[in-house]
Design a protein around this ligand. Structure first.
Ligand code: ZN
Length: 690
C-alpha cells in the first residue's frame, strides 16, 4: 500500500491535529479499517479542569469512524489513573469500562474505545491498531503463526487470539515492553498494532508492515473476477431472478423482526461465488471478531430454483433457512454459559443469517436498516477477499475456533451496547413506495414516512424532482434511506420496474402510497377526448397498475401490507368542470375497495384519503387557480382564504395534514381498518363519506 503521508500537510499542526490527520489517512483506506473499526491514540501532557498538569491518553472514542475523526472524537483519559491497572491480574469488561469512565478528563466526552487499556499499556507515545485485510490473509490460515513468521521473521511480536479486553491489553503491554525493538505486533485472527514516538512513526510502520504482508500474499495481483463485459447480458437475468426471489426471502427472514434486504452482484461477489470452494469457505467463520457482529459467523449458502412462482421459491428456500437457524441455535446451546451471559442477553442474538450467498444470482445482506445492510455488505466484500487470498496462496482459510467464535458473537459488552440504542420508530424496518412524490402531497408523505422510520422509494414522472426529495431524505434520516426512480404510472413497464427496484434495494414493499394524479379542468361540453383519456390514464389506470403490482409483491412476501390511495373530496362531492378528474377518481375509489376485499385474506389493507384544496399540490397550477377564482367570482389572491372559509373548521388544509392521515393508515395503528375513506378537508358536509 502507498504511504500517503504528506509532511507539508502536517508541518504546522499541533500533535493532536497530526493524530487526527493520521487517523483520517487510515480511515480513508478500506483495506485497513471498515465502518468504525480500528483505533489510534497519543499520550500527551495537558492541563486538567483545574489547570493542573496531567499525563493524558487521547484515544479514539467508541462509535466514531476513523475516516471522519475530529478533536471531540478523541476523549482524554488520565494515564496516572490507568497505568496502575497493569499490576492487576484480572478485570472483567464491565469493571474495566466502569473504571475507565472515572479516569476521563471531560466527563461528557464520548466513551473511550474498548481497546483503551491496550493503548495505555504500550509505553510509546503513539499507538495505531487496524484490522488490515493483508494481515488477516496471513493470520486466518491453518498455520497462522508460521505464516506470519514466514512473512516477517522476528520483526514483529505475535500474540495468539484472545477476545479484546483486560487480559489481551496486559499481554500486549508486557510483550511490547519486553521487545522494544519490534516493528509491530500481530494479533492472530484480529489485526495489527504499531507504535512510535509520534503519530507519523506509528503510521509509517503500519504501512511498511501491511505492504510486506501484501507482497507476501501477492494480493496486489489478486484476481478481480469477471470483467463487466463478461458479465454483460447475464447481469439483467440475475437481477430479474433476484427481484423475484427477494420478497419471498425477505418474508421468511422477517419471521421474527422485519429486515431490510440489500442485493449485490458486483464482480467480486460473482467471482467468489464461482470458486469451487466458495461454499466451504463461506462456512468457516469471520475474519476478525469485529466483523462477526455484522456478518455472523457463517453466511447462508442458498440454492434458489429458477422459477417465478413464489410458492415454489418459498418451498425451496424455507428448509435451507430452517437448517441455518437450527445450526445457529445448536451453536448457542453448546457454548451458552449462564455465568457469563443471561438468557435474555443471549436471546438478543438472532438465529437469522445476515449474509446470504446465492450461486448464479449474487449476495443479499440483511439488517435492521439500509445502513446495516451496507456495512455488512462492505465487510463481507473484504471477508471474501481475505478468504480467497488465504485459500489460494496460503494453503487455506481458517477462522476462530467454535468457542472463541461464540464468545465474540455473544460478547456481553457489545450486546449491552445494543440495549442502549434508541427505541425503533413506528415504521422502522418497513419499505414504502410512493408515486408522484417529487412535490406537493407525495413529497410530504415521503418525508413523513421516512421520519417515522420507513425506507422510501420516491417515484415520480419527474425523475430529477424525485432525486432531490430522496437526497433530502437521506441527509435527514441516514444513508440509503431513500431511493429515487423515474416512473410514469400509466406505463406498465415503468411500474413493474419500480417494484423490482424496491425488491433489489430493500427486499420488497410493506407500504404503497398510490398518489400520482393530474387535473384536467373543463366543462363536459368543452372537454377534449385527449384530456378525458389523460385523466383516466393517470387517475384510474395508474392506480390499477400500481395496486396490481403491490398486491403481487406483497403476496409473494407474505407479510401483509398497507396500500393507501390519495383520492379526493370530489369522489363523494364532485364539482362542476371537474368531470374528467372526478369520474376517474371515482374509479380509483372503487378500485381501493376492491383491493381491500381481495387483499384482506392476505392481511393487505387498502384505504383512501380525500384531501381538498391543498394549494401546495401541482394540481393547483397558476392557470387552475385563476380559473377557479373566476368561477367563484373572487380575486385570485384570496383563493386560499376563500377555500378555507368553505369548510367547517375554517382551516387551510396542507400537504402535511394529508401526510399525517396517510401515516396513520400506513402504520399498524390502523391495523384493523381497511376499505375506509378519511376526509382531510377541514370538514365539508357535502363530502362526508356515507
Ligand atoms: Zn481490534
Amino acid at each position: 500500500m502507498k504511504n500517503q503521508w504528506n509532511e507539508a500537510d502536517t508541518a504546522s499542526l499541533d500533535p493532536i491535529d497530526v493524530l487526527i490527520y493520521q487517523a483520517r489517512l487510515i480511515g480513508s483506506e478500506p483495506s485497513l479499517v471498515l465502518w468504525g473499526g480500528g483505533n489510534s491514540s497519543l499520550k500527551v501532557q495537558e492541563a486538567d479542569f483545574d489547570g493542573r498538569p496531567a499525563r493524558v491518553l487521547r484515544v479514539k472514542g467508541s462509535g466514531s469512524d476513523m475516516k471522519s475523526m475530529k478533536r471531540a472524537d478523541f476523549p482524554g483519559v488520565r494515564l496516572d489513573d490507568l497505568l496502575p491497572l497493569f499490576e492487576r491480574s484480572d478485570m472483567s469488561d464491565k469493571e474495566m469500562v466502569a473504571y475507565t469512565s472515572h479516569t476521563m478528563l471531560q466527563p461528557d466526552a464520548p466513551r473511550p474505545s474498548i481497546e483503551t487499556l491496550l493503548h495505555a499499556f504500550i509505553p510509546q507515545a503513539a499507538v495505531l491498531h487496524t484490522h488490515a485485510d493483508a494481515i488477516l490473509m496471513l493470520t486466518n490460515t491453518p498455520s497462522r503463526e508460521v505464516t506470519v513468521r514466514a512473512c516477517y521473521g522476528d520483526d514483529v511480536i505475535v500474540i495468539p487470539y484472545r477476545r479484546p479486553g483486560f487480559a489481551l491489553s496486559k499481554e500486549v503491554g508486557a510483550a511490547v515492553r519486553a521487545n522494544p525493538g519490534a516493528r509491530g505486533l500481530v494479533l492472530l485472527n484480529h489485526g495489527l498494532v504499531t507504535w512510535g514516538d509520534d503519530a507519523r512513526t506509528a503510521y509509517d510502520r503500519h504501512v511498511e508492515l501491511v505492504t510486506r504482508a501484501e507482497e507476501f500474499v501477492g494480493s496486489k495481483s489478486k484476481a478481480r473476477g469477471a470483467t463487466a463485459a463478461q458479465r454483460g447480458a447475464s447481469s439483467a437475468a440475475r437481477s430479474g431472478r433476484a427481484a423475484t426471489a427477494a420478497p419471498v426471502l425477505r418474508g421468511l427472514l422477517s419471521a421474527g423482526k422485519r429486515v431490510i434486504l440489500r442485493f449485490d452482484d458486483s464482480d467480486d461477489v460473482m467471482a467468489f461465488l464461482d470458486r469451487p470452494d466458495a461454499r466451504a469457505l463461506s462456512q468457516v467463520g469471520a475474519a476478525t471478531p469485529d466483523h462477526m457482529l455484522n456478518t455472523k459467523r457463517a453466511a447462508l449458502w442458498l440454492d434458489v430454483p429458477a422459477t417465478d412462482d413464489p410458492a415454489a421459491l418459498r418451498a425451496a428456500i424455507a428448509p435451507q433457512l430452517d437448517a441455518y437457524q437450527r445450526q445457529s441455535a445448536q451453536h448457542r446451546a453448546a457454548h451458552f454459559d449462564p455465568a457469563v451471559l443471561t438468557r435474555e442477553e443471549a436471546a438478543t442474538v438472532s438465529d437469522f443469517p445476515r449474509v446470504i450467498l446465492a450461486p448464479g444470482i449474487g449476495m443479499w445482506t440483511a439488517g435492521k436498516d439500509a445502513r446495516a445492510t451496507l456495512v455488512t455488505a462492505e465487510i463481507y466484500h473484504h471477508t471474501m477477499a481475505i478468504m480467497s487470498a488465504a485459500a489460494s496462496s496460503q494453503g487455506g482459510y481458517a477462522s476462530l475456533g467454535d468457542r472463541d467464535a461464540f464468545d465474540a458473537e455473544y460478547w456481553p459488552l457489545e450486546l449491552y451496547k445494543l440495549t442502549l440504542a434508541p427505541p425503533e420508530k413506528s415504521l422502522s424496518r418497513r419499505v414504502a413506495l410512493i408515486t408522484g412524490a417529487a412535490n406537493g402531497i407525495g413529497r410530504a408523505i415521503a418525508s413523513h414516512l421516512a421520519a417515522a422510520g420507513a425506507h422510501v422509494l420516491v417515484t415520480d414522472v419527474d425523475g430529477n424532482g424525485a432525486r432531490q426529495v430522496a437526497s433530502e431524505i437521506c441527509s435527514a434520516q441516514g444513508i440509503g434511506r431513500a431511493v429515487a426512480l423515474s416512473v410514469d404510472v400509466t406505463k406498465e413497464a415503468d411500474v413493474q420496474c419500480a417494484f423490482e427496484h424496491a425488491c433489489l434495494a430493500y427486499g420488497g414493499v410493506d407500504i404503497v402510497i398510490s398518489n400520482a394524479g393530474i387535473a384536467r379542468v373543463s366543462g363536459l361540453a368543452d372537454l377534449s377526448l385527449e384530456d378525458w383519456n389523460a385523466s383516466l390514464a393517470v387517475n384510474a389506470t395508474g392506480h390499477f397498475l400500481v395496486s396490481r403490482a403491490a398486491l403481487r409483491s406483497m403476496r409473494a412476501q407474505g407479510l401483509g401490507g398497507s396500500i393507501v390511495f390519495n383520492a379526493t373530496k370530489n369522489v363523494p362531492a364532485p364539482g362542476k368542470d371537474f368531470g374528467a378528474y372526478s369520474a376517474a377518481k371515482a374509479a380509483e375509489a372503487q378500485l381501493c375497495r376492491i383491493v381491500a376485499i381481495e387483499g384482506g385474506g392476505d392481511g393487505i389493507r387498502a384505504n383512501m384519503v380525500n384531501p381538498d384544496a391543498i394549494f401546495e399540490s401541482n394540481l393547483w397550477s397558476p392557470a387552475i387557480r385563476q380559473a377557479r377564482a373566476d368561477a367563484q367570482g373572487i380575486d385570485v389572491s384570496t383563493i386560499e382564504d376563500h377555500y378555507a372559509q368553505r369548510n367547517l373548521l375554517k382551516a387551510r388544509v396542507t400537504a402535511s395534514d394529508v401526510a399525517e392521515a396517510v401515516l396513520w393508515l400506513a402504520s399498524d395503528l390502523s391495523a384493523k381498518t381497511t376499505g375506509a375513506m378519511i376526509p382531510v378537508d377541514g370538514g365539508l358536509r357535502e363530502a362526508f363519506p356515507r
